[in-house]
Design a protein around this ligand. Structure first.
Ligand code: ADP
Ligand code: MG
Length: 394
């Protein structure tokens, strides 16, 4: 067992005391989208990967039928009867695991016992690295395991997404929960969000590391801009459907096809949005080819092109993301750098040679602070596994 899991188990015991019941430890990662931004709702591919850090859950059966929720990250704790679960939203973080319990019940996993749930998250909240999906997925996996049910990770992803959409009330796509549930060490996940077809793509970065930079710029504007982008994509699709009636999604078009059809989109902004979607989808497929051929340089170039397109064509970047990406690319040893997530704040992801990582964190951090007034945080990590039980005894 990792030392961290062992320490958490100890903290759990000092907090809740020993009982006759055993504690179990589960972990679900955070995720980063490597490439394929604003593609999910346009019927194309995304390429997320699970991170090496995430949310750990220590869970233990209780003698009564109460559920107790606690987290090392947020002081709010609560105990409630199993029967009370889902009756009323609390507006607190526990709505995420409660939402999962509500969805578990709908698929026939009634909670038959009470439990103590103790979470510990290593993912910064609200930075776009999916701490929420990580918490949902670890809760679903742990409860299904302890209730003696099957743990189908695709089903877990779907029910976790429903929990976030319907109970918490955040309208997110399936990518986050899917990556967190189905990640695989040293692999990215090529996912078609619409059909949930997926495959693991080798992501062996050798002497290169992923460096995630949190701009710490809160993601303002996201909702209205997101809706506007979706609308513009729909407008483009409707116009192009007149030319190709079988077209269901923008991302089904090849870049050269779009080029010849562009005259049918009069509005220049809408045209640029469509261009981003079609080319970004192609970049995902090109990335898969590059990674399969162990061509990290090519992958780095595609990351750069993705950012530039999000900045110039799709216009979902912001000064903070652009500055961090610009500074990242100045470091010798950086193969590629881009914003990741919906945009207007949140994180960047860069592929950096391990010998340059120290310089990267120092220099990008300093220049970013000087130029924006924000403090950046950097996470150096590899690609880890999806949700799992951490089994060994201490
Ligand atoms: P993101 O998923 O990008 O990190 P969200 O706003 O979707 O951001 O989810 C963050 C929220 O999830 C937190 O504000 C909190 O309510 C909940 N959460 C995530 N991880 C934990 C944790 N370890 N302990 C308590 N709450 C958590
Ligand atoms: Mg989230």
């Amino acid at each position: 067992m990792s030392t961290q899991a062992a320490m958490l188990k100890k903290t759990f015991i000092s907090k809740f005391g020993e009982t006759k019941h055993k504690q179990y430890v589960f972990n679900a990662p955070g995720r980063v989208n490597l490439i394929g931004e604003h593609i999910d709702y346009n019927g194309g591919y995304v390429l997320p990967a699970a991170l090496e850090f995430g949310t750990t859950l220590v869970i233990r059966e209780r003698d009564d039928n109460k559920i107790h929720f606690a987290s090392t990250n947020i002081p709010f704790e609560m105990t409630m009867d199993v029967q009370e679960i889902g009756k009323e939203k609390t507006g607190e973080w526990i709505d995420y695991p409660i939402g999962v319990m509500v969805e578990l019940r709908k698929i026939g996993c009634e909670l038959t016992k009470g439990y103590d749930l103790f979470f510990h998250g290593e993912i910064p909240n609200g930075a776009g690295l999916s701490s929420s999906a990580s918490m949902e997925v670890v809760t679903a996996y742990a409860l299904l395991t302890l209730e003696g049910k099957e743990t189908d990770t695709v089903e877990i992803a779907c029910l976790s997404q429903r929990a976030e959409n319907q109970y918490v009330g955040v309208n997110s796509g399936i990518m986050d929960q899917f990556a967190v549930a189905n990640g695989k060490q040293d692999h990215a996940i090529l996912l078609m969000c619409d059909t949930l077809e997926y495959k693991h793509v080798p992501f062996r970065t050798g002497s290169y590391k992923l460096v995630i930079g949190n701009t710490n710029k809160r993601r303002g504007l996201v909702d209205s801009a997101y809706n506007e982008r979706r609308q513009q994509c729909e407008i483009a699709l409707e116009l192009l459907k007149k030319e190709i009636p079988t077209l269901n999604y923008l991302a089904q078009l090849q870049p050269d096809q779009l080029e010849s059809l562009q005259v049918h989109i009069q509005d220049e902004t809408v045209r640029r949005r469509a261009q981003h979607v079609v080319e970004e989808n192609q970049r995902v497929l090109d990335s898969v080819e590059a990674l399969t051929n162990h061509d990290l340089e090519k992958f780095g170039q595609l990351m750069n092109a993705s950012h530039d397109s999000l900045r110039d064509l799709y216009e979902v970047s912001c000064v903070e993301l652009d500055v961090m990406v610009e500074e990242a690319r100045r470091i010798p040893g950086t193969l590629g750098a881009r914003m990741t997530g919906a945009g207007f704040g949140g994180c960047t992801v860069s592929l950096v040679h391990e010998e340059s990582v120290e310089q990267f964190v120092q220099q990008v951090g300093d220049h970013y602070r000087a130029r924006t007034g924000f403090e950046g945080n950097f996470y150096v990590c590899g690609v880890g596994d999806g949700v799992k039980e951490i089994k060994e005894e201490i």
